[in-house]
Design a binder for this molecule. Structure first.
Ligand code: ADP
Ligand code: ASP
Ligand code: MG
Length: 451
């Protein structure tokens, strides 16, 4: 049995949480590679440090040093403490040096991902010393050291799976065979020049799935702060239920369209190798959790889970040329996504193309649309829209499903702004105004999932 265990920000967020996490890791004796996030709040601070007008750099560095000291205190033995402190200091000063370069240089983008990745370098070091204190043969390893290869735009990279697999066979598999417990930095890989490239916020789940793919693990466990994958975000729907088993497809749709419990691309590397994904609660380890795998379900539940993605905009492009130029839609979509902007939904009519993108990407998208001056008559943007992803069995097969879903939308007085239906067999996606989105999710849950 070989597994990859990923612990999120809250699971390593304090000395107490790190101690629980260490208990969980020590409670197994199979081969295990551990992937960690930064301590909660750390990545946000690193990003804040890169902005203008925040605290002075030494203040951030002191805060980081103190936070990790506090987590180490009482968890790392007196014998190991000096070695830990020396390595921690080495990493903190490495960060200081990098910020200095970042502030001096015109081409700041080059350093952004490296800086953002620093929290994982500190948390993995701390957890590995805690495990050594408990007698495990543990070592901290960075994504560069084991060879997680990444490509794509800054802040939104993807792993190059074949290259990563061949590296991990060489770097990581032998360590697992020897019974070592590697603690690996989540969130990023290294591009072909060896520069850190992050996988987007929450990217450590994806890192874990990539590692599981590379070492042919039997399971990848995502240890977080809720009991599993639930029928809705429990912060939005208090009575959300934990789902015992899910198919890869269901989890992938929900994660992509807003269920924050998994990074949007976590399922893909796991599914490729048939690795099961188990979502578990660090704060309730005896709970069953959710098992995500290739599942052939017979039961037909109208609604299994609802996800919500806010911060989106609908860009409507008006062009009478759409009828005459069959390739215009493709060209416009290519222009909008040229910088790596994710397009969440597309809908077309005779002379209109509606495209859903993150609100932050709208100015750049509109800028690039200026290149279509001769073909496009107008561009209108509806900001503050939210996408709701409803996942259930046989969304396409059963009659009246949409009617039922949209009656819930009408119940709360929301207006459906755009529908994407039929592309997936199990999901129905639609947009509503941001202010009504939570009410829609609550109503759908109340009607079709219940208490
Ligand atoms: P971690 O730091 O462990 O990666 P995250 O905060 O990224 O944890 O993800 C866990 C959070 O995801 C939960 O606290 C919960 O609020 C949110 N969440 C959103 N949708 C769901 C869902 N369908 N099931 C479970 N949790 C969800
Ligand atoms: N630390 C990163 C973030 O906050 C990655 C992660 O937590 O998965 O986004
Ligand atoms: Mg997360």
């Amino acid at each position: 049995m070989r597994k990859v265990m990923k612990f999120g920000g809250t699971s390593v967020g304090s000395g107490e949480a790190m101690s629980r996490t260490a208990d969980i890791i020590m409670s197994y004796d199979c081969q295990r590679a551990v992937v960690v996030s930064a301590m909660s709040g750390v990545t946000n601070s690193l990003l804040e440090m890169m902005g203008e007008g925040g605290r002075e750099v030494p203040e951030y560095l002191d805060w980081l040093r103190q936070k990790h000291h506090d987590a180490a205190r009482g968890n790392i033995s007196n014998e190991l403490m000096p070695e830990y402190l020396e390595q921690l200091e080495h990493r903190i000063s490495g960060l200081g040096h990098l910020v200095h370069l970042y502030r001096q240089d015109e081409d700041r983008v080059m350093y952004q991902d490296a800086l953002a990745s620093w929290g994982e370098r500190l948390s993995s070091l701390t957890l590995s010393f805690i495990l050594r204190t408990r007698g495990a043969d543990s070592l901290a390893l960075t994504s560069e050291e084991i060879g997680i290869v990444a490509s794509g735009p800054p802040g939104n990279g993807s792993a190059v799976l074949p290259a990563t697999e061949s590296n991990l066979r060489r770097t990581l598999s032998p360590l697992l065979n020897e019974g070592k417990v590697p603690i690996i930095t989540g969130y990023y890989g290294a591009d072909l020049k060896g520069r850190p490239l992050t996988f987007g916020r929450g990217g450590s789940d994806y890192s874990a799935a990539v590692v599981a793919n590379g070492v042919d693990a039997d399971v990848v466990e995502i240890w977080t702060d809720v009991d599993g994958f639930m029928s809705a975000d429990p912060r939005v729907v208090k009575k959300a239920r934990t789902i015992a088993e899910m198919d890869y497809g269901e989890a992938a749709e929900l994660a992509y369209f807003g269920a924050k419990v998994l990074h949007p691309r976590t399922i893909e590397p796991a599914k490729r190798k048939g690795v099961a994904v188990l979502v578990k609660n660090t704060f309730n380890p005896s709970g069953q959790g959710t098992r995500i795998h290739g599942l052939d379900r017979n039961s037909k539940e109208l609604l299994r889970s609802v996800a919500l993605k806010t911060g989106l905009s609908i860009v409507k492009i008006y062009s009478s040329e759409l009828v005459y130029q069959p390739d215009l839609v493709a060209k416009i979509l290519e222009a909008i996504s040229a910088d790596g902007t994710t397009i969440y939904a597309v809908s077309t009519s005779l002379s209109t193309l509606a495209v859903v993108v993150p609100t932050g990407s709208v100015p750049e998208a509109c800028n690039r649309l200026k290149g279509f001056r001769d073909q496009v008559e107008a561009v209108k943007v509806k900001e503050d829209a939210a996408l709701i992803c409803a996942v259930g069995d046989g969304m396409l097969e059963s009659c009246g499903v949409s009617a039922k879903i949209f009656s819930a939308v009408a119940d709360v007085g929301a207006n459906v702004e755009l529908i994407s239906e039929g592309a997936s067999d199990i999901a129905l996606n639609f947009m509503v105004g941001g202010s009504k989105a939570v009410d829609v999710v609550k109503r759908l849950h109340e009607l079709y999932i219940g208490d």
